[in-house]
Ligand binder design. Structure first.
Ligand code: ATP
Length: 234
């Protein structure tokens, strides 16, 4: 497994948010992490990338324990993170934003990175001289994903990419993530859009109050009465 999260405990000060969370993402796998607002999904992604300190448990990337490593070191080891809200630089061009994602790579690889992300998102290539702030919401989300891909991640953590997007654009973004996984990257996708996530994911986990309560293949989860009632309104 590319990414292994074992017995993870984390929170903010005295408020514990995650209680013994375990999950795995394999090479080329798209794994969805579903759950209501406040279940702890963002906190989990932040704990994996080193932005939130662990109170217990382990995070392993290709078998290597990431304990004590800074977010920057984790990024160098192959952990990409597309945060909620995209966090682009609106007054920089598309190309300048992308370059930031390759800041720690050898110069030759930057060119390779551009080739890769422009093949995946041709629209970004067309708009490469445009200021990021002038892009549509869907294009901004694609830019945020592309920026993370510029670092050649082996695991990509993506937080709520469909937030604020029309259903058509949300689908386009999730299908792009499917392609990212198809290229061998393990993708951990946090989503509120349960229907769409279960369509594109290889496997999914459902989180409630800081614990994984269900996991399995999308087919199995969408047939589960708890999922149907709580997330699919059926
Ligand atoms: P959402 O979909 O709303 O992002 P989530 O499942 O990602 O929800 P988290 O954002 O991880 O959930 O939040 C889990 C819990 O941690 C919530 O109760 C939230 O209020 C709390 N929390 C999140 N960030 C902080 C913070 N910086 N300081 C203190 N508490 C926080």
């Amino acid at each position: 497994m590319r990414l292994q999260v074992v017995g993870l405990e984390a929170g903010y000060g005295k408020a514990q948010v995650l209680f013994g969370v375990g999950l795995e993402v394999g090479e080329g796998e798209l794994v969805a992490l579903l759950g209501a607002n406040g279940a702890g999904k963002t906190t989990l992604l932040r704990a994996v990338s080193g932005l939130v300190r662990l109170a217990g448990g382990r995070v392993l990337l290709d078998g290597k324990d990431l304990k004590g490593l800074s977010p920057a070191k984790r990024a160098r080891l192959g952990l990409g993170h597309v945060p909620e809200g995209r966090q682009l630089f609106p007054l920089m061009t598309v190309e300048e934003n992308l370059r930031l994602g390759a800041a720690f790579l050898a110069p030759g690889r930057e060119k390779e990175g551009f080739g890769r992300v422009y093949a995946l998102f041709p629209r970004l290539q067309e708009r490469r001289k445009q200021l990021a702030g002038t892009l549509s919401g869907g294009e901004q989300q694609m830019l945020a994903i592309a920026r993370a891909l510029m670092g050649f991640p082996r695991i990509l953590l993506v937080d709520e990419p469909s937030l604020g997007l029309s259903p058509r654009l949300a689908e386009e973004v999730l299908l792009a993530l499917r392609q990212v996984a198809g290229a061998g990257v393990g993708v951990l996708l946090v989503e509120q859009n349960v229907v769409l996530s279960l369509e594109v994911a290889d496997r999914a986990y459902v989180m409630e109050h800081g614990r994984i309560v269900l996991k399995g293949a999308p087919k199995y989860l969408s047939a589960d009465p708890r999922v149907r009632e709580a997330y699919l309104s059926l």
